[in-house]
Design a protein around this ligand. Sequence first.
Ligand code: UD1
Ligand code: MG
Length: 412
Amino acid sequence: MSLFTITTNCLLSLLGGFVSLKLIQEYIPIFIQRGHYGNDQCKVSNAPIPEPMGVITAAVYLIIMFIFIPFPFLEWTYTERLFPHDKFLAFLSAIISICTAILLGFADDMLDLRWRHKLLFPTLSSLPVLMVYYVQGSSTTIVVPKIARSIVSFLGFEMTTSLDINLLYYVFMGMVIVFCTNSINIYAGINGLEVGQSLVIASSITLYNVIQLYRLQDPIECYYNWLSIYFLLPFITTSLILYNFNKYPARVFVGDTYCYWAGMTLAVVAILGHFSKTAMLFFIPQAFNFIYSTPQLFHLVPCPRHRLPKFDSKTDTVGMSFAEFKKSELNRFGQWVVTILSTIGLLFKEDFNNDGEKWIRLNNFTVINLVLKFVGPVREGTLTKLLLLLQVFSSILAFIIRFFLARILYDV
Ligand code: UD1
Ligand code: MG
């Protein structure tokens, strides 16, 4: 990969950051004038906060990527070598998927979409990327952990070191896309968290790509890591500018547009860069938040429209927010989940009487509330810093798992 291409990408990324800065400043009053704003639920002031400002940075990002399209392919225009149509297709399919995610996010911001549409649309919009993956003849083989092979051989069977799971691999990649686009959106509600977490994940993936470029010799594998870097650098610079406006105290809200754009960008680089399993390691807090949320997402426990922390105007702090409901509303399975989680200390539970009926109060099932259960009410800015620190630690853990533990578990 030529020095010229990466230099162009860096310069365009900086340009993207600069244009985002100017456009956000210019569009703040326009958003408010047109009625596109939300109210910060963790502040005393009820001032309108422009939303979804993510659409501005996403548009700048797309334009930067459109301008960048010819550069990775310039060298083929003046050499005799065959033009790499598969690489060109991969590039375009990533842009298509990112565009569809931005469209979905914007529609969600404008219309508050239903959950079935939020899940169906990204599933179908993953098809261009999956088709390209298929056409490229990319691998659907997984390496079997040593322990699994030992168990199988203990049972008297033989097992190869790798297994081609074929169609299941495509199902997994489709799920990666749906998970990434939604998991950032449901790990949200305090200033700076949506952009902050996306920035930590994007920077971690970029660092992983750089490490791989040093480790790997094969030009094809190196190309995949370059491809990921090309998509992530402009994402990081535009997001950094947005973070500056969205951090505590927020001057803009990023909206669902940002969450879906970020999720899809991270998912497509992981798939087209052929490191989707590793990339999932950088989503540990999001995965935990998703699993922890399932009792509310699947309505075992009532799920309020907003699960963000509760603001206390007297102390200017945020604390746990609660779901309160009649105990009789909880079915057997729900009771079982609540008992287990509260027994192991992962859920705040309180019984109380309301008009002679037994009611129950539970913290909303998000990692934000879980952290507040342990650290108590804190200022919103402190909570964001704490959660972003958690994200950084989980990235460090991801690197340890990928580069050290993987050697123990697999023959690599
Ligand atoms: C998701 C969460 C919801 C959470 C919301 C916060 C699930 C299933 N849904 O819903 O629980 O409350 O995100 O983004 O987990 N807001 C703030 N401060 C912030 C960010 C947002 O007060 O720092 C409020 C504002 O009123 C803003 C609204 O949240 O207008 C945006 O909510 P929206 O993105 O529409 O919620 P969802 O993504 O549907
Ligand atoms: Mg949202």
